[in-house]
Design a protein around this ligand. Sequence first.
Ligand code: CTP
Length: 410
Amino acid sequence: MTLAGKQVILGITGSIAAYKAVLLLRELTARAAEVTVVMTAGAEHFVGPLTFRTLSGRPVLSNLFDPQSDDAVEHVALAERTHVFIVAPATANLLAKAAHGIADDFLTTLLLAARCPVLMAPAMDGGMWDHAAVQANVTTLRERGVTVLEPDTGALASGLHGRGRLPEIETIVEEVERLLAPVRDLAGERMLVTSGPTREPIDPVRYLSNRSSGKMGHAVATAALRRGAEVVLISGPTALKPPAGAVYVPVQTAEEMREAALQHLGTATVVIKAAAVADYRVERPSATKIKSGGKRDGWSLDLVANPDILKELAQKKGGAFLVGFAAETNDVRAHAADKLRAKGIDLLVANDVSQHGIGFEADDNQVILLDRWGGVLDLPRMTKIQVAHAILDRVLALRAAPKPRRTPSR
Ligand code: CTP
């Protein structure tokens, strides 16, 4: 698509991948974007500003504290008229500063002044990307609405092989286009999304639950809202902020989730059940704290089965399109095919929660989409928000042409 009339800031930080920003700049200007390049001091060690100045046809900004420069006072105005702010490559240092609101150079100061969508394309050594501090910063930025792309896997400057390469230029440009022309293809849809775990009380201080963080369900709600849907988000307890614009219904137990889901089912056009519902609850929770002193010889809890909410929704859904999730640890595809049939739903999102870095608590996911017409879509590892968009794309495609291909077979 043309980016004519679009003001873009391209921030470049001190990574060996800085040379690839030249190619990104060329792609952006080829689409007629008006690009202002901002370099950190580190970036200038790798590529000279003259290259970027020549290709962008504009001065390159870098020194906030240069008394000869008018740039410093100009930064708020520049940030305000920008349509998209890209940082590529984004080093671990830049991600940390951005996550903590540090503004000690021109680029980080501009980031604080910007009100437009921000896209970061990280590049660093694989071990650094995996570090808990970097991952925490990435999570903070994503929760704040910044799009942080996943780095690519391949040969790294360190000589090692791993994750940490700057994402492909094509991927970055695609994401820029998506941010600049948000699709409103879910306008008019009413989505019912469930998220998080449920908590089944044992007594007033103890409960049974599971490791669901709610990140996948919340990502689905966020993606649907971005695409113009009305969203009711029914969620068990999580550490996440509900996405702005959603009708948020907090629940604790499976029974509460069931009641809330049935209440909102009538008006929903699409139901996406990402919640990890506890399959069992304690038959008779104690009204008072059970004292440990009396349990020295062990303690048995009598559990009873919780209602299968998804199955019940499938029986009562009317015209709504119903999507379920399957958390598996082995034989993912076979278990998922069984679950699709047993629950009587339209689409099943299967993921292997035993894999490191995807599934419970992770920011990424890798899923297989199985539909009731026999279609199977094996998706690569992506961020949960990208998975959410892929699920929504699939729902729209299947609803537009749900031609029976074959009955799913074992
Ligand atoms: N689900 C539900 N009610 C339950 C259990 C699960 O609505 N009591 C829904 C979940 O929200 C999810 C799907 O069913 O969309 C599959 O959940 P999962 O935990 O993978 O499967 P289970 O049905 O619990 O089956 P199993 O534990 O045997 O794998």
